[in-house]
Each structure stands twice: as structure tokens, then as C-alpha cells.
Design a protein around this ligand. Structure first.
Ligand code: CA
Length: 237
């Protein structure tokens, strides 16, 4: 299957540079100069991945990413954010908006393609472990659904972005063990792309935030100085 990638970038020369390189790498590419056009292009069929510029006229890339994440249909769409800002805080804010990865301008087209490849590879399941269960949390890889099941209550569905889903899947497949940030990067993100370890903290924060409505956030524990784990017996109640 050929992956279709949608580029939302208001600078035509940059959009073209990305398009050429992705086409060379075997992808189908569509371009939109602004978010309204992008929404039109996504109406009938969602792309495999969205490359989204941070600074756009009208609605910003950050705002657009937030909207996509809050919509059931587009929640799991992988988003690679382009930013001209290199400050650490801005990167983290970019991830906070719901982006799965970011690339700082000016970027090397080769690195951008590598990031796209890696992000798409992350969409393939970690393994065929089958349904997973830790405490009230259930994860079903066949339907890509996460639910919280509390006694005497209807199952509540947990809405996760693609990276948070994969992170939770890995933790649930390996419960009670402490995973270092480096290990999580390797297993969840893949080792072929350099990503800062702080990225893990950002996605753990997002995962917990998504688990708060079902009261399951405390099942993800921080082990000071070591990393993170999921446990069926959280110490915090
Ligand atoms: Ca721009």
C-alpha cells in the first residue's frame, strides 16, 4: 500500500522541497497552503500522515493539531510538526499540541524523510500479543481500542493519539517492570531516529492526561531516577 502524505505548509518552495523528496521516497503527496484546504483534502479519505507547519496564516499549525486530536475521526492521525523555532520549550509545546514528532527548519530533506519513515513504521503494531489487560485498563490491538472497565460501570473508552497508544501498548505488554527513557525510545519510537529523552516525558504526560477521565492515570508510575512503569497495584490511590 502506498502511503499518502498531506503537507500543510504556506511557503510553496518548502512544500515543494518536501513533496519532491517524499515522492522520491515512494510516497504519494498532497499539498495544502492552509488548514481549510487540508480539511477539504481529508474529507473523503484520511492521509497516512500529516506534515504540518507551525506558523500558518489564519489558523496556526498548533491550533489545527489540537483540533485534529480532539476529533474522533482524526485523533489517531500521525502528525509531524515543522517549526522554525528551535527553542526547547517550543518543541515541547509542539508535542503538547498533539504532534508525534517535530523537525526544526531549516531541515535536511533526508532527515525529514527518515522521520516520516520512522513515524509510519511506528503505526505497525509492536507485536501480536493479543488483547492486553492491566488493572481496569484493557487494550485490544485488533480494534485499536483502549477501555477502562470498573466494577458495576459500563466500559469507558480512552481516546489516545497514535504515539500514546503505542506507548501504552508497550507498557501494558511489559507490566510491573521499570522502563528507562532510553529503553522506551528504543522500543516505542525505534532506534533509527535521534529523539531527545525528554520526548518520552512529554508523551507520558499526554498519556496520563488522557487517562484522567477514567481515573486510570495513577496506574502509570514514575520511578524516580529510573523511568516509568505500569502496575496493577498503584501506590497512589
Ligand atoms: Ca509557515
Amino acid at each position: 500500500m502506498t502511503h499518502r502524505i498531506l503537507i500543510v505548509e504556506d511557503e510553496p518552495s518548502i512544500a515543494e522541497l518536501i513533496a519532491i523528496n517524499l515522492t522520491h521516497a515512494g510516497y504519494e503527496v498532497e499539498k495544502a497552503l492552509q488548514t481549510e484546504v487540508a480539511l477539504n483534502l481529508m474529507r473523503d479519505q484520511l492521509p497516512s500522515l500529516l506534515i504540518l507547519d507551525w506558523m500558518l496564516p489564519g489558523k496556526s499549525g498548533v491550533q489545527f493539531a489540537k483540533e485534529l486530536r480532539s476529533n474522533d475521526r482524526t485523533r489517531a492521525l500521525p502528525i509531524l510538526m515543522l517549526t522554525a523555532k528551535s527553542e526547547e520549550l517550543d518543541k515541547v509545546l509542539g508535542l503538547d499540541s498533539g504532534a508525534d514528532d517535530y523537525v526544526t527548519k531549516p531541515f535536511s530533506p533526508k532527515e525529514l524523510v527518515a522521520r516520516v519513515n520512522a513515524l509510519l513504521r511506528r503505526q505497525t503494531p509492536i507485536d501480536d500479543a493479543g488483547p492486553l489487560s492491566v488493572g481496569p485498563l484493557k487494550l485490544d490491538p485488533s480494534s485499536h481500542r483502549v477501555t477502562a472497565v470498573w466494577p458495576n460501570m459500563d466500559p469507558q473508552s480512552v481516546a489516545l493519539g497514535p504515539t500514546e497508544y503505542r506507548l501504552l501498548q508497550y507498557l501494558m505488554a511489559n507490566p510491573e517492570r521499570v522502563h528507562s527513557r532510553a529503553n522506551l525510545l528504543d522500543k516505542v519510537w525505534g532506534s533509527e531516529v535521534y529523539i531527545e529523552e525528554r520526548t518520552v516525558d512529554v508523551h507520558i504526560k499526554r498519556l496520563r492526561a488522557a487517562l484522567v477521565p477514567t481515573d486510570c492515570d495513577r496506574y502509570i508510575e514514575t520511578v524516580r531516577g529510573s523511568g516509568y512503569r505500569i502496575t496493577k497495584m498503584p501506590t497512589q490511590t
